[in-house]
Design a protein around this ligand. Structure first.
Ligand code: G3H
Ligand code: 13P
Ligand code: ZN
Length: 314
């Protein structure tokens, strides 16, 4: 089956209280790890590509890897999504390149400018049967290309503004700022999420799908391995998985995960290098990394409650 958009996935996810995992892909091993987990758990899937990923691996290589994944898994609905599109031109290019979903991230602009740019992307994408995600409010933290804010509480999504934004832009899903941030250092002390923001939007717009960015949990297993084998991430902290499981019972239909993939791969590579200092065959350290990603993603699909839901999303 060909790539699909996220409409049916979100409809079923909303109705049945789960979310679809949106995993960032940057190379073959990461993609294979994700796909083999999905194939075993029979879950719908969003593979997302950031601007950094396109610069690193090139779109044609990533597209070819994803095409194989789609071809080999005809019973799994797979969407190809642009993560954090920064301009109308980038989004247009991705629509033209065959993405089935694009994100225009105008969250750093003023409300009116965000509406303007989102509307422009929606018009072009919808004319080409591609769905659009936008973002309102600002996430905290900093991760390479995606810059966040320091005062997280002051930049949470305003539920009334969200309604106006959705109505004026016609956007298909909305990423909300509820206290999460990108990367491995999400909280300094205790993790805290503004679940009431989700509840309020859900009340105002029943049935409308919301997206949670910055949703990695910074799993203890990988954090400990990294720190044990020469890494330095002692203060890394993610979103507790029970909070994610609660959020997906509500209006959160898409959960973005990148950092947990990076940490799984890094932890295993560090372990191999520490235990076998003479190892120089990339297959011998990338292979265990790929296996760790697979196990981690399988676990996540249960956290998101989307294991076994592929068929109903087709
Ligand atoms: O939202 C951020 C994602 O983790 C992508 O990160 O821009 O470094 O590829 P990246
Ligand atoms: P994490 O850094 O928490 O994995 O978030 C990824 C993300 O939101 C990609 O858009
Ligand atoms: Zn994000």
């Amino acid at each position: 089956m060909a790539l699909v958009d996220t409409k049916k996935m979100f409809e079923m996810a909303y109705k049945n209280g789960y979310a679809v995992g949106a995993f960032n892909v940057n190379n073959m091993e990461i993609t294979q790890g994700i796909i083999s987990a999905i194939a075993e758990e029979k879950a719908p899937l969003i593979l997302q590509i950031s601007r950094g990923a396109r610069e690193y691996a090139s779109m044609s290589y990533l597209r070819a890897i994803i095409d194989v994944a789609v071809e080999e898994n005809p019973d799994i609905p797979i969407a190809m999504h642009l993560d954090h599109g920064d301009t109308y031109e980038t989004c247009k290019q991705c629509v033209d390149d065959g993405f089935t979903s694009v994100m225009i991230d105008g969250s750093h602009h003023s409300f009116e400018e965000n509406i303007k740019i989102t509307k422009q992307v929606v018009e072009y994408a919808h004319a080409h049967k591609v769905v659009v995600e936008a973002e309102l409010g600002q996430l905290g933290g900093i991760e390479e290309d995606v810059v966040g804010v320091d005062d997280v509480a002051a930049h949470l999504t305003d539920p009334d503004q969200a309604v106006e934004f959705i109505e004026r832009t016609g956007v298909d899903s909305l990423a909300v700022a509820i206290g999460t941030s990108h990367g491995a250092y999400k909280f300094k002390t205790e993790p805290k999420l503004a679940i009431d923001v989700i509840e309020k939007i859900q009340k105002l717009m029943p049935g409308y799908p919301l997206v949670m960015h910055g949703s990695s949990s910074v799993l203890k297993e990988f954090k400990d391995l990294i720190n044990k084998y020469g890494g330095q991430m002692p203060d890394a902290m993610g979103v507790p998985e029970d909070a994610i499981t609660e959020a997906v019972k509500m209006a959160i239909c898409k959960v973005n995960i990148d950092t947990d993939l990076r940490m799984a791969l890094t932890a295993k590579i560090r372990q191999v290098f520490a235990e076998k200092p003479g190892e120089f065959d990339p297959r011998k350290y990338l292979g265990p990394g790929r296996e760790a990603i697979k196990a981690m993603v399988k676990h996540k699909l249960h956290v998101l409650n989307c294991a076994g839901k592929a068929a109903e999303c087709l």
